[in-house]
Design a protein around this ligand. Structure first.
Ligand code: FA5
Length: 338
């Protein structure tokens, strides 16, 4: 009888070691303890046993059953513990590791440029003002000494919303609005989007940004204009910048200038950025035309002033070495540096 018990329990002990999961455990358990399992089958043999030995046989089979149950119960607890440990190992997270880095955006180059211009002119006492992008033709042209027969109107190829209402073609109408609403003296800069019927290419966009500057005071001369622009361009591009005023024509200034800055890439010696000239065209400027002063109710014999307007994209391209203006509007993550 002892051999039977040893065989069954050894068999159980051998097999229990191979069990890897709960399902396999259940199969093994019913193989030994189930209704048709080995121990139940052994109990059925009782009918073949002499009557007086049956009690002893029954107790013997029950002792096997009890030991098998104990072995299985212990194995079950071990199995559960093992499975839990495996699961924990699989899902282990090192909470001391630094978190995944989020990429943080930064201010768009055009906004940065406008802010830098703000800072430079604020340091010279200029106030920042804004004007509407939808403008009357009177503010955009007529008040700026550009009546409807004037050829300079055609040069700006305007987007009309309806008669006399347009998308402004430059920030210069903010000069008019500011002077109409304020008494001189004044010093303002005004950034903003402007619109022209220009084909997009590397240096043109139909919607782009300008910054306008206006200074009105007594005894203002071209010397003040030149010194102000020299200071602005030196602070913006760095180094010590020189300014060249080339006579040019804008109906709302007299005299008018195209303003060049000495090339910051070659120091004025001549390179492919400045096309060998040593100078880069950077803005339009001049002394405010007496007709404009009259149009806003200022007495030109008492007040003078200078005005200038620059393209934000163009100066940002020069500073950051960007060769195509369209990059500013594409939202390419590589360009945005994110
Ligand atoms: C003007 O718009 C004048 N209002 C500037 C001015 C103000 C002169 C005050 C005198 C006194 P202009 O058309 O040259 O001028 O434009 C000024 C700047 O805008 C140019 O130097 C250029 O940098 C930029 N610009 C012009 N057209 C475009 C365009 N299609 N795309 C991007 N930038 C442009």
């Amino acid at each position: 009888m002892k051999e039977i018990k040893d065989r069954i329990l050894n068999d159980l002990n051998e097999n229990i070691k191979k069990v890897a999961n709960i399902q396999e455990f259940q199969v093994l358990k019913s193989k030994f303890l189930g209704k048709k399992g080995e121990i139940s089958n052994l109990m059925k043999e009782i009918s073949k046993i002499d009557k007086d030995k049956r009690k002893e046989f029954g107790a013997f089979v029950n002792s096997i059953k009890k030991e098998a149950e104990e072995i299985l119960e212990e194995a079950f607890l071990n199995l559960k513990k093992k499975l839990k440990e495996e699961e924990e190992k699989k899902n282990w997270v090192d909470i001391t590791l630094p978190g995944a880095k989020r990429r943080i955006g930064y201010e768009h180059i055009l906004k940065q440029t406008i802010r830098e211009i703000y800072d430079i002119f604020s340091s010279m006492g200029y106030k920042i003002v804004e004007g509407p992008e939808i403008e009357t033709t009177w503010h955009n042209f007529d008040a700026l000494n550009t009546p409807d027969w004037h050829p300079a109107r055609d040069m700006q190829d305007t987007f009309y919303i309806k008669d006399n209402i347009i998308l402004r073609t430059h920030t210069s109408p903010v000069q008019v609005r500011t002077m109409l609403n304020n008494e001189p003296p004044l010093a303002i800069i005004s950034p903003g989007r402007v619109y022209r019927k220009d084909e997009p290419d590397a240096t043109h966009s139909p919607a782009f940004n300008q910054v306008e500057g206006l200074y009105i005071d007594k005894n203002v001369t071209v010397g003040h204009l030149k010194a102000t622009l020299e200071r602005f361009l030196t602070m913006y591009f760095g180094g010590s910048r020189k300014v060249l005023l080339r006579p040019s024509y804008f109906p709302f200034v007299e005299p008018g200038y195209e303003v060049d800055v000495d090339c910051m890439f070659c120091g004025g010696k001549g390179c492919n950025v400045c096309k060998g000239t040593g100078w880069i065209e950077i803005l339009g400027a001049g002394l405010v035309h007496p007709n404009v002063l009259k149009n806003v109710g200022y007495d030109p014999d008492e007040w003078q002033g200078f005005a200038f307007g620059t393209g934000v994209e163009r100066i940002a391209m020069l500073k950051h070495g960007i060769s195509d203006m369209r990059e500013f509007y594409k939202n390419d993550m590589r360009f945005l540096g994110l």
